[in-house]
Write a protein that binds this ligand. Structure first.
Ligand code: UDP
Length: 589
């Protein structure tokens, strides 16, 4: 590792972040004592990722200057790489990606290979997605033994149990995505798999929806179930009845979600390498079998400039666009270096990753930026700005990847990818943008997560092992102080309610801007997801929150809207439909 410069500025760390860092991120000795602080951590990450630069002769950067720039961009909370990079960069483990997809073949050997590979990935802090669609259905014959097959849902249980036993490298529990195609004969059992609370607790489940199925729903027709082992039709179901069952289960518990498989494959940049069958656990990263991807997020709220005025376009007021552009270029270089720096648990994964060199640059702090700009999340202005910002990140991110390709060569599969035929010049990375949930990163950066609205203006956060942390949104606090309304009793009242919409004593314009997840109509959640999706190569992590009183028809409408708006999938959550929520206000659900 490069020597740590003596004049590094230590980051300003909020108490929640310090707690998370010392519990999970700082390197520890054999007695569990932390052997680094935040400066040490960010220097370890910055210097080891920058060291990769040395092998590229055409680079305009010297590794030590680059390390310094990486360090500054992380410690100013402008950009953070995904958790495995923070935890493992510069360490012996060296596995830096958050997202993996593994194939599950239709044989005992292949199934248990996938269980083993998943265990190895979980140990290193990555999450795994699987499609179970190739497994023969329950009760089919097993040729070699003459017995009967137990089917995808039964095997899913083995993956779930294995995950339970492996805490991810002592850092976090493994997260999984399980996908089954809508035309698999066991689809009804799969849709009902999480009926009982606690079942498959280490899995998010999503049904892989096809265009053919959606058309059958629209026309109220039957559709064929296909046995993946024989390729033959095995029964028919009424599409609308199946869709209604999906809606019903999502209404009850939020599970399963849906992903639009054909749409994901329409945007597959490397179809010559096969079909995409699954995403990572939180749904934002579709990947080929054995592929992995590392993510990173720009903290949009850190680019707010009070009073900043761009003369040419008043709509640009308040945002340091030049700063975002500089950070994008640096972040893309960082994420591409991570592809080189990362060590993978399987050679096959390393090969697949280095063929396409996918990276996923996204955002966090979006709701905070809207608060800072005093734009309501559920407004046309917010949607317009979302598109404008993500378009900016998409085009500048692509330019940065083109620049890297000129210095280092394009990703090896560029020639057989879709890009040459589209007239897109050589890129270093097959995908560049992804919007991650940023569950932990947003705590570290002290901003709102991903592109989600705030859950509450003041709330208790359930983090790790049942601990609760109290938080008040700083922009809300500032706005209250500006109008002389700040008081402890008021804040306590807000913590109790989560929202300020019923507090008539507060000015109307304040209430209009400081909306929270439950104040926002589901359609606006969806519109926001769609706006970001329009400029994202991969997908957008987003939950459409609905009030407890939402009906099945409301969920049906949201699913349909997600389809029509071009989303790649959708996850809904009806308030109070699970007994343990990640975030809760102190008010009973
Ligand atoms: N992930 C995981 N386990 C977790 C949280 C996340 O495996 O407990 C993986 C998963 O693939 C997820 C991705 O990391 O989709 C990104 O999640 P997030 O942005 O919340 O992670 P962070 O980098 O903030 O920890």
């Amino acid at each position: 590792m490069m020597n740590m410069p003596l004049n590094l500025t230590p980051p300003v760390i909020n108490p929640n972040a310090e707690k998370v860092l010392s519990k999970r991120y700082y390197r520890k000795d054999e007695n569990g004592q932390c052997v680094e602080d935040a400066t040490g951590l960010f220097w370890r990450v910055a210097s080891s990722v920058a060291a990769e630069e040395a092998k590229y002769e055409q680079s305009p950067w010297k590794p030590d200057a680059l390390a310094r720039a990486f360090y500054d961009m992380m410690t100013d909370w402008r950009f953070l790489p995904n958790s495995p990079t923070l935890m493992n960069a510069g360490s012996e483990l060296g596995q830096l990606s958050a997202c993996f997809v593994l194939p599950v073949g239709d044989s005992i050997e292949e199934i248990f290979d996938a269980v083993k590979f998943a265990a190895m990935i979980h140990k290193s802090g990555g999450g795994t997605g699987f499609s179970f669609s190739r497994l023969r259905p329950k009760n089919s014959r097993v040729g070699t033994t003459g017995g009967v097959a137990s089917g995808p849902v039964s095997f899913l249980r083995i993956f779930n149990t294995a995950t339970e036993q492996i805490k991810q490298g002592g850092t976090r529990r493994g997260a999984n995505m399980g996908i089954l195609r809508i035309d698999h004969p066991d689809i009804l059992e799969f849709i009902r798999a999480k009926e009982q609370e606690g079942e498959f607790n280490n899995f998010n489940l999503s049904v892989g929806i096809t265009e053919a199925f959606m058309q059958a729903v629209e026309q109220d027709r039957d559709y064929a179930l296909v046995n993946p082992a024989s390729g033959k039709e095995q029964g028919r179901l009424n599409a609308r009845e199946v869709f209604n069952l999906l809606v019903d289960k999502a209404w009850q518990s939020g599970d399963p979600g849906i992903i639009f498989l054909d749409r994901i494959n329409r945007d597959n940049p490397t179809p010559a390498q096969g079909e995409i069958e699954s995403t990572n656990p939180c749904g934002e990263q579709p990947l080929l079998p054995y592929e992995a991807c590392n993510l990173g997020s720009l903290n949009l709220s850190s680019f707010f400039v009070p009073g900043h005025l761009d003369e040419t376009n008043p709509a640009d007021r308040g945002i340091d666009w030049a700063g975002i552009e500089r950070t994008i270029a640096l972040a893309v270089r960082f994420l591409d270096n991570v592809v080189d720096a990362s060590q993978f648990p399987l050679e096959r994964i390393a090969e697949q990753v280095r063929r396409n060199r996918k990276i996923g640059l996204g955002v966090m702090g979006w709701a905070d930026l809207l608060y800072q700009l005093r734009i309501p999340y559920d407004s046309a202005d917010a949607i317009t700005l979302a598109e404008r910002i993500m378009d900016f990140i998409e085009t500048r991110g692509r330019a940065a990847s083109i620049q890297l390709a000129a210095e280092r060569g394009p990703f090896p599969a560029y020639e057989t990818s879709v890009y040459p035929t589209k007239g897109i010049p050589p890129l270093r990375n097959a995908t560049i943008t992804t919007i991650a949930p940023t569950g932990t990163l947003s705590i570290l950066a002290g901003c709102s997560s991903g592109v989600e609205p705030l859950f509450a203006l003041s709330f208790a956060r359930n983090v790790m092992d049942g601990e609760r942390l109290m938080e008040v949104n700083p922009h809300f606090e500032e706005a209250l102080r500006e109008i002389d309304c700040y008081s402890q009793p008021l804040l306590e009242g807000v913590a109790e309610l989560g929202s300020i919409q019923s507090l008539d004593q507060l000015p109307e314009d304040l209430r209009r801007v400081f909306v929270t997840a439950m104040d926002i109509a589901p359609e606006w959640h969806l519109r926001m997801q769609a706006a970001f999706q329009r400029h994202t190569d991969n997908a957008v992590s987003k939950t459409v929150n609905l009030p407890n009183s939402a009906t099945r028809d409301d969920i049906f409408a949201i699913y349909w809207m997600a389809y029509e708006e071009g989303c790649k999938g959708v996850t809904v959550y009806r308030d109070g439909s699970k007994s343990t929520q990640v975030l809760t206000t102190s008010a009973p659900a």
